[in-house]
Design a protein around this ligand. Structure first.
Ligand code: AR6
Length: 175
């Protein structure tokens, strides 16, 4: 495994100074509420412009996949937009799809020379994924990626908007 720091912080991901920040988008790539709305608001129209170009080329982004754009006015260089699964009880492939979000985002980050990356708690807002289950999937997916594939990523930050998520991530990472 490369030397990679994995940490947790509570706050607003639009303020985070990593090379890339991940957006919990939807398949349209045209924006929405939650962290998606916050990223587009703070980053400005350049992000949506690139999302529209990607949409024109490949027709949006399937669940579990990821695409990369400029970060516009954000402190980061890139936004990686990934589409989490909508929770519908857990037997519709939700854990695998959520793990794919983390793995595909890390892979796209590496392909673009990203050394540090921040993730929000994908799917745990509007998409209704139980926070404890999502945190376990997120940490396991990141750790397995870092163990098996990583060469260039030096820092992964889980940016939790709420205290409950922060506590869950701290517990899992301290195990
Ligand atoms: N920084 C960090 N985390 C945030 C921020 C922020 N500024 N704002 C919210 N969160 P959600 P989803 C947290 O609903 O469940 C959008 O409309 C939030 O507390 O943003 O994947 C998209 O367009 C929660 O823990 O994303 C899609 O349609 C986490 O981010 C849909 O919502 C994810 O909540 C995606 O739903």
């Amino acid at each position: 495994m490369a030397e990679t720091t994995v940490k947790v912080q509570q706050g607003d991901i639009t303020k985070v100074q990593t090379d890339a920040v991940v957006n919990a988008a939807n398949s349209s790539l045209l924006g929405g509420g939650g962290v998606d709305g916050a990223i587009h608001r703070a980053g400005g129209p350049a992000i949506l412009e690139e999302c529209r170009q990607i949409r024109a080329r490949q027709g949006g982004c399937p669940t579990g996949e990821a695409v990369i754009t400029t970060a516009g006015n954000l402190p980061a260089k890139y936004v990686i937009h990934t589409v989490g699964p909508v929770w519908s009880g857990g037997s519709k492939g939700e854990p695998e799809l959520l793990a794919n979000c983390y793995r595909n985002s890390l892979q796209l980050a590496e392909e673009n020379g990203v050394a540090s990356i921040a993730f929000p708690n994908i799917s745990t807002g509007v998409y209704g994924y139980p926070k404890d289950k999502a945190a376990k999937v997120a940490v396991a997916a990141v750790q397995s990626y870092l163990t098996e594939q990583n060469i260039g990523i030096k820092e992964v930050v889980f940016v939790c908007f709420d205290a409950e998520n922060r506590r869950l991530y701290e517990e899992i990472l301290n195990e």
